[in-house]
Ligand binder design. Structure first.
Ligand SMILES: NC(=O)c1ccc[n+]([C@@H]2O[C@H](COP(=O)([O-])OP(=O)(O)OC[C@H]3O[C@@H](n4cnc5c(N)ncnc54)[C@H](OP(=O)(O)O)[C@@H]3O)[C@@H](O)[C@H]2O)c1
Length: 157
């Protein structure tokens, strides 16, 4: 895998639900821990709403926010579009994680070679969904079952 592999990381239900307003519909500390383990030391690219909902740069990772409106913010780089965000992320020579929301995931789907999906168990309500995609284009590289979700690492065929 190249040092700067491009990787989608998302938690969603079987219905592809990822958000309710500006929040994540569930609270699963174990899933957040996994997100931290996987992304620490690497680079995150996220949209403005996702960044605003987290509210701060996450420690021990570089955060690039794609936005034309976010004012300069300590601890994050701001890029006006995804190509410039990717160009910057590549220059860091670390894994590049696409961390949402919808517009970032949609643009990342044709680019990413790996995809970490935490399939959240149970029913939740919300209004923000991961874009439709063809799961058959991805092969399962590894999977692990947790109490409230099943984590699958997919690699593009
Ligand atoms: N379950 C999960 O794993 C997960 C992960 C991430 C987010 N979420 C949820 O998703 C929701 C937020 O996602 P969202 O889709 O509403 O917003 P978002 O993608 O985080 O932010 C949208 C904003 O980001 C910028 N942007 C995004 N994609 C862009 C692109 N391709 N080109 C240029 N600018 C782009 C624009 O900012 P400007 O208007 O400033 O130009 C746009 O208004 C929240 O509910 C959050 O909790 C869930």
């Amino acid at each position: 895998m190249p040092q700067n592999a491009k990787i989608i990381i998302v938690a969603m239900t079987e219905q592809r639900l990822i958000g309710a307003g500006d929040q994540i519909p569930w609270q699963i500390p174990e899933e957040l821990r996994l997100f931290r383990e996987l992304t620490t030391g690497h680079t995150l690219i996220m949209g403005r709403h996702t960044f605003e909902s987290i509210g701060r740069p996450l420690p021990d990772r570089r955060t690039i926010v794609v936005s034309r409106r976010l004012p300069p913010t300590p601890g994050v780089e701001i890029c006006p579009d995804l190509p410039s965000a990717l160009h910057l992320a590549d220059s860091y020579g670390r894994k590049v994680f696409f961390a949402g929301g919808v517009g970032i995931y949609r643009a990342a789907l044709p680019l990413a070679e790996l995809m970490h999906i935490s399939w959240i168990k149970g029913d939740y309500t919300g209004d923000i969904h991961f874009p439709p995609f063809v799961l058959e284009e991805w092969q399962v590289e590894s999977e692990r079952d947790y109490r409230q979700f099943r984590h699958v690492l997919y690699r593009r065929w």
